[in-house]
Write a protein that binds this ligand. Structure first.
Ligand SMILES: [Zn+2]
Length: 242
């Protein structure tokens, strides 16, 4: 019976190790996601400033094209000015030309203003981009470190697969089935009883009789409180007789 207990204890040791590794790595994907989100937010902030700059440049270009087109139009009008027969027609066209020229003046001023804004915005983009590069360097380093840790934990768990398999093979089949059922609900699934009969898993004090029976049988029982597989601690503590 004691051998059965030892085999199960060995299996539980592997399972505990795997569980600890998994628990340790549990937060990594969430942490990685959080950092990646920060990176995306920082990137979006730079992109937004860059879009503002592009927008200013586009407005400036459109306005410059309008000015060129307008200038051609005025030139044509000016050519037609001499062809006007009546004073009324002449002054009407002259007024149109005057209005158009004033409009050109306004647009030219706007072009200068847009250029000024674009220059300022270009600096904003440059500063934000530098800030982002600095920040992203740190974030990417953190993300990479976490990814490495995650991979290492996964590799460690995988490495224990073989250990688990051979440890499970050594456990009595009925006991293994029972253990696996309890294990899904609570870890550790097997827990020692310490004198005078306290379950280490849940702290429940069972009857002394219950404990004494386990000492004598060197076997296992189910804790009435937490349903863990329990055994008398001293059974595994005593030196092997074989
Ligand atoms: Zn218990």
């Amino acid at each position: 019976m004691r051998e059965k207990l030892l085999a199960l204890a060995a299996l539980q040791k592997v399972d505990t190790e795997v569980a600890a590794l998994k628990k340790n790595a549990d937060g990594y994907p969430k942490d990685i996601g959080e950092l990646e989100k920060q990176l995306a937010v920082a990137k979006a902030a730079v992109d937004a400033e860059r879009t503002k700059f592009d927008e200013l440049e586009k407005q400036k270009l459109t306005l410059e094209q309008t000015i060129v087109e307008d200038r051609d139009k005025v030139k044509k009008w000016e050519g037609r000015l001499t062809e006007q027969r009546s004073t009324r027609e002449y002054s009407a066209l002259a007024r149109e030309i005057d209005i158009a020229k004033k409009g050109q003046q306004t647009m030219a001023e706007e072009v200068i203003e847009l250029g000024r804004q674009a220059t300022i915005q270009r600096e904003v983009v440059r500063a934000k981009d530098a800030e982002f590069k600095e920040k992203s360097k740190g974030l990417v380093e953190k993300i990479d470190a976490l990814k490495q840790k995650l991979a290492a934990a996964e590799a460690a768990v995988k490495a224990l697969d073989g250990d688990r398999e051979s440890a499970a093979k050594a456990v009595d089949a009925t006991l293994l089935k029972r253990y696996d059922v309890v294990r899904k609900k609570r870890m550790p699934a097997m827990s020692p009883l310490v004198p005078p009969g306290v379950c280490k898993g849940c702290g429940m004090n069972v009857r002394a009789q219950f404990y004494n029976t386990l000492v004598a049988s060197k076997g296992v029982e189910t804790c009435p409180s937490c349903s863990r597989i329990v055994y008398a601690q001293e059974v595994l503590e005593e030196p092997a007789t074989k």
